[in-house]
Write a protein that binds this ligand. Sequence first.
Ligand code: ADP
Ligand code: ZN
Length: 526
Amino acid sequence: TNDRESMNMDTAREYLQKYYGYPDFRDGQKKIVASLLTGQDTLGIMPTGGGKSICYQIPALLSPGLTLVVSPLISLMKDQVDALTTAGVAAAYINSTLSGKEVNERIRAAKRGDLKLLYVAPERLELDWFREEMAGLDISIVAVDEAHCVSQWGHDFRTSYLSVAPFVKGLPNRPIVAAFTATATPEVMEDMQRLLRLEQPQVFVTGLGRDNLEMAVLRGENKREFVLDYAASHTHQPGIIYAATRKEVDDLCQRLQAKGLLAGRYHAGMSDAERADSQEAFLYDDIRVIVATNAFGMGIDKSNVRYVIHYNMPKNMESYVQEAGRAGRDGEPSQCILLFSAQDIMTQKFLIEQNPQDGERKQNDYRKLQQMIDYCYTTRCLRSAMLDYFGEEHEDKPCGTCSSCTDDRELVDITVDAQKIFSCIHRMRERFGVSMIASVLKGSRAKKVLEYGFDRLPTYGVMSNRTEKEISETINVLISEGFLALTEGQYPVVKLQSEAADVLKGQREVMQRVPRPSKAAGSQRS
Ligand code: ADP
Ligand code: ZN
């Protein structure tokens, strides 16, 4: 069968050239197409813009029967079908915008074998009459787009996705099931396999760490100055600046325009027409930089975005990677810069608390937020950290381009500070959060500190030569390095981990990057 497979792949490539005009598959696409062509259920994880649609469209062309595509957005459905039809592929969609007569015509066309691809919304799979019609067809593949919608852990759970599995089960011959998404946390991956009832699926996670993207996390910048300077020195390049609030978007946009830059804005507070104008202007390079909330980006296909700056830390790694991934889709070098400040943590916690939802989901949100914070504090290679988070296999070597890899700041031995912090946490019985611990180490006279009698602890004021902010920073570094852990919830408590014990016993050193060459004893170059 090896010959047949390679023959299939040759035909697949031919079709790719013929219908799409692309010389070859991307690496991730090749594996997924090959997997589907050998008849295996397949789970493909790809970032937005990674080229998911081709992964099922090409196998659809090479399969004898119909490929049914489950797709959540009516507008995207229409765009896809239009593009396919233009390329000469027999495709159609059925959704609520059609009349009964139109729906019947399309089902008849499918029955005659005149269609290769049929797009439907998941809700349709719940209708008895539709299920019966489909059972009378020869369906080769069921492709589930945005498959993370089946999981409650994801960010947009849709109940109707739960009807995919029973739908497939009700078909006389089991088709191949292919599922696609850009979300790849372990919980969501598990849910997709289980709830879509994939049978021994081949799982491919690809393309998250596109090596043309230079990732950076900058802490302690004057954000506003940074953004204005950056945009001013990249006036010939398209860029996106994500900010957390509408107010911030308006303000930044105004300042950029005041500097004479071609800047526009995009957020949910603008009218539909205004937003469409902004989007258009950005697509056609009438504006260079767009300042936007995370409302911007769904369905945007601009390949030459040279930079994405996050003015605030997003709520989780999934959002971050999705938004940052809008840079450099053409494969050219591009920058993804996250401007982090501790205030962002407060903002995100506030948003989680604002959001009415049950305890379990809230805990999940807090856990994801903590992982995002860890990413902001890590001294590891950012690309490796990101790929590890999403479980994508990668070489165990630093990327060489991220802000950790190119960081030439002094790496300082902070073992003694770490010991002071750990011992203070221990004496405070592991019952307090970062800022309270910092206050005690600083020797603060704050009311709360005195009320608890912490001014009588031997560790009170042992770091009085630092600011509380600096002490908090160091504690956060120790958290992201795994020496400490935070409990979940709105007021997380710092807990000692077993690694901390090694440090207290003097069996392990701790290093931290510091902004300026430090005169601290024992400092050394990396
Ligand atoms: P996704 O659905 O994963 O967001 P799309 O399928 O819309 O991504 O593809 C994203 C972009 O990449 C599109 O512009 C598409 O034409 C392009 N693309 C996909 N596959 C290839 C390929 N093999 N070679 C060149 N361009 C490709
Ligand atoms: Zn790196």
